[in-house]
Design a protein around this ligand. Structure first.
Ligand SMILES: [Zn+2]
Ligand SMILES: [Zn+2]
Ligand SMILES: [Zn+2]
Ligand SMILES: [Zn+2]
Length: 421
């Protein structure tokens, strides 16, 4: 395994021109997991901790409808390359596409006249072939989880070509894909063409469910900018969240276990009420009890649930079944409703089914705010009032959780202000 000193050296080399005069971070051994990133001095909330360019980037191509974007500029609608490499390219990018075109053609793509999401997704890994030796060393120093979905993805990618050169090449691509599987970030998630990108330093920052940092991506070059979301003291580990901050304990636990292969044991995860936000809470069904039932704070994926008032226990199987039914029925109603109908449903009907604090209602409110934000149509004043109220309620939840100056807070504060104008 690469030593911590060598890893830090490689990461600094990789930062190139983005290396700061005063380096605010260092790599060290983490109490959370393996290696982590630590503050070299006190850092004020809002300060930039680092900026990093992607080591690898390419189309995430998770959905069929995002496949027709150019694989170089990602923004223009493209057609499949005439030369038979099997990649979509726009007219403006044909020159920049040449070397990748030659590479892909040398691997003899199967059915090059058909858009194939596995082939397009494989492009990010294929780009690692031209990395420098230092860049390859930093790539190999990153964690690489191999799980079932990854194995499937690798097999699918291999099936896109007739001839993938020698075994060294295949081993390298296998390793790169595993590193991407473990560490990649989704960039441009709201755009028609989401990307996945690898940031060696960004990927070294460990998870905490109320993190002390927050990241954004530069629109022009996809650089990651990590800022302090709270005041951080010298020597403290710098953390960010791998999940959405408004997800409940149980939701985050399942997500982290399935996709990142660990169980988080941060302060929030070990508090069954999540700072009183009660994002998991359901109604107690015991006679005459109006209490709320929450999953016990544990590291189990199947925790027992307990009423905070009458202390009745509920087995997890029953509660998760109930939660899934509620989630499905509420989701399908919300997804097919107009804004006004969805708001009525959230305000009047949902609280009869689940407590207002439950993540299902909280996320539904967040979705309404996003829908209003992205709507081109004129929004009725009454709806703007509701959106402003939802923003305030969501900000109160962030306060309860102890969330600092994270992106989501900035977003909600802006939405709240925008409605006022
Ligand atoms: Zn293009
Ligand atoms: Zn081509
Ligand atoms: Zn946690
Ligand atoms: Zn009860």
């Amino acid at each position: 395994m690469t030593s911590i000193e060598r890893l830090e050296e490689l990461i600094i080399l990789n930062l190139g021109d983005l290396k700061q005069g005063e380096q605010l971070w260092k790599i060290g051994i983490s109490d959370i997991s393996g290696r982590g990133v630590f503050a070299t001095r006190n850092i004020k909330c809002g300060e930039v901790i680092f900026e990093e360019a992607p080591l690898l980037i390419g189309p995430a191509s998770r959905n069929e409808d995002t496949l027709s974007n150019c694989c170089i500029c990602y923004s223009s609608v493209a057609v499949l390359c005439d030369d038979g490499c099997g990649l979509p390219v726009c007219g403006l990018c044909s020159d920049r596409h040449k070397s990748e075109c030659v590479l892909f053609k040398s691997w003899e793509p199967t059915e090059p006249q058909t858009l194939n999401k596995c082939r397009l997704r494989f492009l990010t890994a294929a780009r690692s072939i031209t990395l420098s030796s230092n860049q390859k060393e930093v790539l190999y120093a990153m964690q690489a989880n191999v799980d079932k979905p990854f194995q499937k993805e690798f097999e699918n990618a291999m099936a896109c070509f007739r001839k993938l050169l020698d075994k060294n090449n295949i081993d390298h691509l296998y390793r790169t894909m595993a590193v991407l599987n473990t560490n990649s970030f989704v960039v441009n998630s709201e755009s028609p063409c989401p990307l996945r990108a690898l940031y060696p330093l960004g990927g070294m920052v460990n998870n905490e469910c109320v993190p002390n940092s927050t990241y954004t991506f530069e629109k022009k070059n996809y650089n990651m900018i990590l800022k302090a979301a709270k005041d951080i003291i010298k020597g403290e580990e710098i953390t960010n969240s791998y999940t959405k901050l408004l997800w409940s304990n149980l939701m985050r636990r399942l997500y982290l276990k399935i996709t990142k292969h660990f169980i988080c044991k941060c302060k929030r995860c070990l508090d069954s009420t999540e700072g009183g936000s009660l994002l998991s809470a359901l109604y107690c069904k015991a006679d005459d009890c109006s209490g709320l039932v929450v999953p016990e704070a544990s590291t189990s994926l199947h925790p027992d649930w307990k009423c905070l008032k009458c202390e009745t226990n509920y087995p997890h199987v029953a509660m998760s079944k109930k939660l899934n039914i509620l989630l499905k029925s509420m989701d399908s109603k919300l997804n097919t409703s107009s804004l006004a109908e969805a708001i009525d449903f959230i305000v009047d009907k949902c609280p009869l089914l689940v407590p207002e604090s439950n993540q299902i209602i909280v996320e539904a409110k967040y979705n309404i705010v996003s829908r209003i934000n992205s709507s081109d149509e004129g929004i009725h004043l009454e709806i703007l009032d509701v959106s402003r109220r939802f923003c305030e309620e969501l900000l109160t939840i962030l306060d309860k959780l102890g969330v600092g100056a994270s992106e989501i807070r900035t977003y909600l504060e802006n939405q709240k202000k925008r409605e006022r104008q």
